[in-house]
Design a binder for this molecule. Structure first.
Ligand code: SF4
Length: 55
């Protein structure tokens, strides 16, 4: 996930709270290193600035 790009909209946290959370700097943060849940792909799709990459 690209913190530079993130605008802190919270969309990824809404669709995938087990993996993403908002951090103190107002941007989202990845809680789990492994993203093996379906919602990871969903989070990538909803991110308006394409800040999430799955690898
Ligand atoms: S959906 Fe994208 S822009 Fe919005 S908080 Fe998550 S990473 Fe940041």
């Amino acid at each position: 996930m690209n913190k530079e790009k993130c605008i802190g909209c919270g969309a990824c946290v809404s669709v995938c709270p087990d993996v993403f959370e908002m951090s103190d700097d107002g941007k989202s943060e990845v809680k789990k290193k492994e993203c093996d849940l379906d919602c990871c792909k969903e989070a990538k799709d909803v991110c308006p600035v394409d800040a999430i990459s799955l690898d």
